[in-house]
Design a protein around this ligand. Structure first.
Ligand code: ADE
Length: 326
């Protein structure tokens, strides 16, 4: 396969070189790219978690003007943090941001942990955000996978990669000398060239390494999608959520935690909310109901603040986020 085969060393080297040269020449001038200060990088990555770049730009500068240092943010009242956040949505992120600032000041003398592992101990920082901050602010050679990077990797490889394979292949491709730039270049490529619809393959710096060249609009769509409806119980009381653990013997996500599924007549109430979730060839309509699990279901009550540290299924995470519990 020559240059296309990204398992070959020369091919990976060329991919990195081409991608970074493109990034150096074409990257967007974004305010958080003006410095690699960890406070600024952290703030931008939290803001970017569920919000588009355009909306973040205007809030980022104003937020920094009000809270120029992590100490100032830690000392601020929650209402003023929430006010500065207003318009960005998902206010739980702002509360976590404030909590993390306090931890950094109180437990780390105002310095952010400099490794992705250390960063993950802070509120509001998961695998993606920890890797983004560690690579951009501290040069740690760890790759990130967000929605944009995922699409680039799926198209380049022409394969439908599992979550773990995506992280492994991103780490394998990573430029270890410029990890922060490489990660941002991958995200940038996905955001402005390798777009979900009508990717701009003619201007893509790594088209020579791409197995699909935009022909497949996401490989999953090549197979006909099945439709299914599924119902879950969200039982939330006294700050705790009722969760069940998947059997350790199942092949898919063994031992992970999720909401109890409602089957049969149990699923007839008006849903609290509905969301869509796609797994390989099935599109699920997921309805969440504010009810108790069926009688006899074994599970445990988990305090909302502990949810982030529990191995949850992707769907459970999505539901709990939407319910503003995570
Ligand atoms: N999305 C999240 N973080 C980003 C970054 N640093 N650059 C571009 N897009 C991003």
């Amino acid at each position: 396969m020559g240059m296309r085969d990204l398992t070959k060393r020369d091919s990976k080297r060329d991919f990195r070189r081409s991608l970074l040269a493109w990034y150096d020449a074409h990257r967007r001038e974004l305010p958080w790219r003006e410095s690699s200060d960890s406070y600024r990088v952290w703030l931008s990555e939290i803001m970017l978690q569920q919000t588009r770049v355009a909306a973040v730009i205007s809030h980022y500068r104003e937020f920094l003007r009000r809270f120029p240092t992590v100490e100032k943010l830690a000392r601020a009242r929650e209402t003023s943090v929430l006010t500065a956040w207003s318009g960005l949505g998902y206010y739980r992120r702002a509360r976590m941001l404030h909590a993390a600032a306090k931890v950094v000041v109180r437990d780390h003398r105002g310095k952010f942990p400099s490794t992705s592992e250390g960063l993950r101990s802070l509120p509001g920082i998961g695998r993606y955000t920890a890797a983004a901050i560690a690579s951009i602010a501290f040069g740690e050679p760890v790759a990130v996978v967000d929605g944009n990077v995922e699409r680039v990797l799926q198209r380049a490889s022409g394969k439908l990669l599992s979550r773990e394979k995506l992280w492994a292949s991103a780490n394998d491709l990573l430029d270890r000398n410029r990890p922060g730039d490489f990660n941002q270049a991958m995200m940038e490529l996905g955001a402005i060239v390798c777009t979900p619809r009508a990717p701009a393959c003619l201007t893509c710096p790594v088209v020579g390494h791409c197995a699909t060249r935009g022909e497949l609009n996401g490989i999953a769509k090549a197979e006909p999608q099945k439709k299914r409806e599924i119902h879950y119980a969200l039982d939330y009381r006294g700050g705790k959520v009722f969760l069940v653990q998947r059997e350790r013997s199942v092949s898919l996500m063994p031992g992970m935690w999720e909401l109890p599924e409602l089957v049969g007549a149990n699923g007839d109430h008006t849903p609290l909310f509905t969301l869509r979730h796609a797994i390989t060839v099935t599109n699920y309509t997921v309805k969440i109901q504010r009810v108790a699990a069926a009688h006899g279901v074994r599970g445990k009550w988990v305090a909302a603040e502990r949810l982030a540290r529990l191995p949850l299924t992707g769907l459970a995470r999505k539901i709990l986020r939407k319910a503003d519990l995570l």
